[in-house]
Design a protein around this ligand. Sequence first.
Ligand code: BES
Ligand code: MN
Ligand code: ZN
Length: 509
Amino acid sequence: MKTTLHTASPSQIETECLVVPVLDALQNNNGDKSDKHDPRLQTADKAVIAAAADLIASGEVTGKMLEMTLLHKPAGLKAKRLLLLGGGKAKSFSSYELRRLAGAAVRNLKSKDLKSFAFLAPKLAKSGMDDAVKSIVEGAFVGNFDPDYYKSDRKEQKIEELAIVAPAQPNRRPLTTAMEQGRIIGEAQNFTRDLVNEPANRMTPTILAERARKMCEETGLKCEIYGPEKIKALKMGAFWSVSQGSEEEPRLIVLRHEPDRAPKGRVLGLVGKGITFDSGGISLKPGDGMEKMKYDMAGGAAMIGAMRAIAQLKPNVRVIGIVCASENMPSGKAQKPGDVQIAMNGKSIEIINTDAEGRLVLADGLHYARQLGCTHLIDAATLTGACVVALGMVNVGVFSNNDGFYKSFSKSLQKSGEKMWRLPVDEEYREMIKSNIADIVNSAGRWGGAVTAAMFLKEFVSDAPWIHLDIAGVAWMEDNKPWIAKGPSGVPVRSLVEFVRDMAGSSDR
Ligand code: BES
Ligand code: MN
Ligand code: ZN
């Protein structure tokens, strides 16, 4: 999708459709229950206001979030259509809502077979026009992606050109930069969605590694890919224990963004769970719903997508992406409940349940990240069903051993618009992962399952500030939303990218 910036008056824009956000300016209306509204077009253009006047006067247009009213041949406008797009309350209107509006506009108009449109950038309550432009582009790219490409009757409906209409600026540069950043971040999220969408027969550890290598060749990242020999030589006993049962070879994928001028003291490690299929292993999962376990590599795919954006945005900070890619399969060679494995850091693990495999591959991935010099760690994993029970399909579960690190990470959530909720990892839970015969168990049973999984990971980060993102509930969406297709969500790519940009911004260059 091509994006262009226009500062002409909206009524003069020649386009298939001009999209104008409408916000509700009514202040005290007893919450959302009242049917009173004060809809305001987000433009001062007299012709646009006149064209929409009757619709607004009739009360049909209220400004409710995602309300769409389409008008053909609007009088006085060069646009062929005018789409009034509700954005909810003006007071709370932020990049979060705007991203959704842009995605919804794309999805609605492409379903009508339109190939291009213009979107009028509204003012945000708490940030600048550059932020508005970036959010529109991000949302539009995300909305333009549909993962139904294995349907032979798929319709190629895509928006090819998006014109953003902004007020005239003394300097266009900040807005064109914002447009470029939005494109990079939106494309990175879609890149991840694409990887996650592939079924397991088309996305083995080997294929995932090849896709990462290709991306690195295109973006200039350094890329190392290792197979079973290196994994065994590194004594990654926890990682290998998961891989040993499969005919498909595992891959350890290492991606490096190491700008020459970046401060040496801080290196961020992004460690992702890349289980390309999780059958459960000998502790086999029930057949119902097992097909979903092709998305068990979503954490790893998010790290590869985030590294792609980081390579293009070039923040001045060192980042190493590590993906532990493997299948989890039952076979004559598979590990068994009761087996004891020695992780790379020397800790012994009693395998209670071979279906708790994510923490095993991450254990060695996290320790390896420390060995490569990472001072700060973030991991992402579709780790536990318990996290889905706790937070549903809305929030990512966040765990951290360091309040300061968590606080700076949570600031980037405001920018990304991805929802996350913190859960505890205090020492009182340590009891639950003790083993009778080894240092720790890989499964502590039902209670607090998301927490005990995080407690397990914590054993492998030593003293590094660390954040664990359990994305089991949000990595795959069961239903279409007006602004995004169902299927892989690409969460938490945007948050990781925003965090890395903040990290670079706050370093003494
Ligand atoms: N990949 C699953 C977790 C999962 C569940 C992801 C639902 C997405 C949706 C993970 O490997 C797993 O099987 N976890 C077990 C852990 C248990 C055996 C301690 C679980 O959550 O049941
Ligand atoms: Mn599992
Ligand atoms: Zn799994």
